[in-house]
Design a protein around this ligand. Structure first.
Ligand SMILES: [Zn+2]
Ligand SMILES: [Zn+2]
Length: 295
């Protein structure tokens, strides 16, 4: 069994490079794998390992005064969640192309309060998904606006397209909350008057409320690909890209040059030999034949 952590904190770090080395050494010593981004603006990580190693990592990281109150999101998985360890220094721990000050972030709404507000005055609240299109495709809040963006750097263009919602009651959400700190700040800076952000994201909403009215599953950036959220009124919203059957199943295209992650049922995976299109199917077969000839 592997324990998986998801965590972030925006805080000014005096020496990101030094902290990077300390985090790397700590993770390497404990045998943890995953991805940690460190910048002047803080820390953003997801790592996995044994229960004891993860506990030791949490304890060691919390010894830094800056991170004594960091919020951990914890889950478990049978499969090794990450192939390797990457600890890197970046300008931004979440990149939004446009400069935004997280000091302008919108106030939080707690999961249980969001659930209550959705029950009481659901149609007055506009939920906006701050994640990418491939994430919201497999799961999102019922009736939420999910921007068709491939990358968070396109957020500002998306916001330009929703100018007419400036006076509406808006709640933004993302996986664990980190993107909403900037996404909501950007909305506030652009003159949106009534914005809040879901504290702890979809992950905490699922844990604390049972995930009511979150349709589908939550995309995650590890080998699990997506995890369940809603145990109250679950639904499947994603469709097999070949036969359009409702299914929550992502695979990677068998054509190494394409490698697109796409939603595909088991029958169509067999029928198209793992290809996302007939073209990719053909390329996959060709490669196999070629490999046999070379052997
Ligand atoms: Zn299918
Ligand atoms: Zn393909």
């Amino acid at each position: 069994m592997f324990k998986v952590l998801l965590y972030y904190k925006y805080i000014e770090l005096a020496d990101p490079k030094k902290f990077r080395d300390e985090q790397y050494n700590l993770c390497a010593r404990l045998g943890l794998k995953g991805r940690i981004l460190i910048g002047d603006e803080g820390l953003n990580g997801t790592v996995g390992g044994s229960e004891e190693s993860i506990n030791e990592y949490m304890e060691a990281t919390q010894k830094y005064p800056e991170f004594s109150d960091i919020e951990w999101k914890i889950s478990y998985t049978e499969e090794d969640p990450f192939p390797k360890l990457r600890v890197v220094v970046r300008d931004e721990i979440v990149s939004l192309r446009t400069k935004v000050s997280v000091k302008n972030k919108a106030p939080y709404i707690e999961p249980k309060d969001l659930k209550k507000e959705l029950e009481e005055k659901g149609d007055e609240i506009i939920l906006i998904d701050a994640r990418n299109n491939y994430e919201s495709k497999i799961g999102k809040f019922k009736n939420a606006i999910a921007p068709d963006i491939d990358n968070f750097r396109e957020w500002s263009e998306f916001v330009d397209s929703i100018e007419d919602l400036k006076d509406k009651t808006i709640v933004t959400y993302c996986t664990g909350g980190i993107r909403c700190e900037k996404a909501s700040a950007y909305l506030v800076e652009k003159g949106f008057k009534n914005v809040r952000q879901l504290h702890g994201g979809i992950v905490r909403y699922g844990e604390e409320t049972g995930g009511k009215d979150f349709e589908g599953t939550c995309y995650v950036f590890d080998s699990r690909i997506h995890v369940p959220v809603n145990s109250v009124n679950p639904e499947v919203i994603s469709e097999c890209e070949h036969c359009k059957k409702k299914i929550a199943r992502y695979i990677n295209c068998c054509n190494a040059k394409c490698n697109k992650q796409f939603i595909c049922c088991e029958e169509c995976e067999a029928k198209f030999e793992g290809g996302c299109s007939e073209d990719c199917q053909a390329k996959s077969r060709y490669k196999k034949v070629e490999a046999e000839h070379q052997a």
